[in-house]
Design a protein around this ligand. Structure first.
Ligand code: OGA
Ligand code: NI
Length: 353
């Protein structure tokens, strides 16, 4: 039974036919999830974006600065993405993964350069231990360049996803303004984050974590830092995300109609280490499937990224912590490394003179 099950390509199809995890998913004892993290401890700040346009704007910017510097993560409410858009996106994602393997597998590819692809784990080409995750990755900016590659089943997939991606992009552009302002990049300067990204790119993942018979032995996604600029994650009502803070993992439990925003490696570089891209991971559970939908906003591949001059000269002592590079170079290194816990960003540190 198990032999035939493990020969299947996608974890969701394995999940439905095994009562223990195949050995290639089992983590070494020193690297297993803690599934019972206290909820009473530290939590990720929740920022109300409603206040952004009123008299309390400065306070919101201050909250963003504090969250980005101390956690690398925050949650947002009153973010402007309509509830209906969110609901439709979650529903179509669930419908996509509930289709038979024969339908989903049409999109399967292990080639990390493909702009639309279904895959499993993280990077099947380079990792040693597999992860309990199936995902569909899409490029979505500009939408018209990619929409014809997206799945056409379920029938509403393209329309719903396009509407969602457009709405989330508008939110991300607002967030980039706030984050730039909060870190000390003048609002109208060429230095603010959105002006350093070339033509801009936007990717999405639809992550599907099937129920797992031995959730204490494996991860949905092991600890990693996002390589892009900022990420905005939508999660369903099942917990699973954990964020590393002060030597401990904090669980981020779902709050309806909110997004979880995090600083990615490129924001750490642009901010010259003022803001940190932090480790996070996804655990699975034994009785519920979980869906999460991150949007990864990033520079276009030809954009040259480096610490912003304004943040280097601010104090006499400060120097550029990273060399400049193209995002293409960074992105290639990221996928080659198979989510090693050491940061990809360390490979781009400026050499000491
Ligand atoms: C990711 C990620 C977390 C989650 O896809 O990069 O961190 O909760 N996902 O699925
Ligand atoms: Ni991530």
């Amino acid at each position: 039974m198990e032999a035939s099950a493990t020969s299947k390509l996608l974890v969701s199809d394995i999940a439905s036919s095994v009562d223990h995890v195949p050995s290639n998913y089992v983590r070494p004892i020193s690297d297993r999830p803690n599934l019972s993290i206290e909820t009473s401890g530290d939590s990720i700040p929740m920022i109300d974006l409603q206040e952004l346009h009123g008299p309390n704007r400065a306070d919101v910017i201050y909250q963003v600065a504090h969250a980005c510097a101390s956690y690398g993560f925050f949650q947002i409410k009153n973010h402007g993405v309509p509830e209906k858009t969110i609901e439709r996106m979650m529903t179509v994602a669930r419908e996509f993964f509930r289709q038979p393997e024969s339908e989903r597998v049409k999109h399967y590819s292990a080639d990390t350069k493909k702009t639309t692809r279904l895959s499993t784990s993280f990077n099947v080409g380079s990792e040693k231990v597999s992860n309990w995750r199936e995902f569909l990755r899409l490029h979505c900016l500009p939408i018209e360049d990619f929409i014809s590659e997206w799945p056409s089943s379920p029938v509403s997939f393209r329309e719903v996803t396009a509407e969602y991606a457009t709405s989330v992009r508008a939110l991300v552009l607002v967030l980039l303004e706030e984050i730039s302002e909060s870190v000390g990049l003048a609002k109208d300067s060429d230095c603010k984050a959105s002006n350093t990204l070339g033509k801009h790119s936007q990717h999405m993942a639809l992550n599907y974590y099937p129920p797992c018979p031995q959730a204490d032995l494996t991860f949905g996604l092991p600890g990693h830092k996002d390589p892009n600029l900022i990420s905005a994650l939508l999660q369903d009502e099942v917990s699973g995300l954990q964020v590393f803070k002060d030597g401990k993992w904090i669980a981020v439990h779902p709050v309806p109609n909110t997004f979880i925003v995090n600083v990615g490696d490129q924001m750490q570089v642009i901010s010259n280490d003022k803001y940190k891209s932090v480790l996070h991971r996804a655990v699975v559970n034994s009785d519920k499937e979980r869906i999460s939908i991150p949007t990864f906003y990033c520079p276009s591949l030809d954009a040259v990224v480096g610490p912003q001059q304004e943040l280097i000269n601010e104090e006499e002592e400060s120097h550029a912590a990273y060399r400049s590079f193209t995002y293409a170079e960074y992105y290639e290194k990221f996928w080659d490394r198979a989510l090693a816990t050491e940061s990809c960003i360390d490979l781009f540190k400026a050499s000491k003179i």
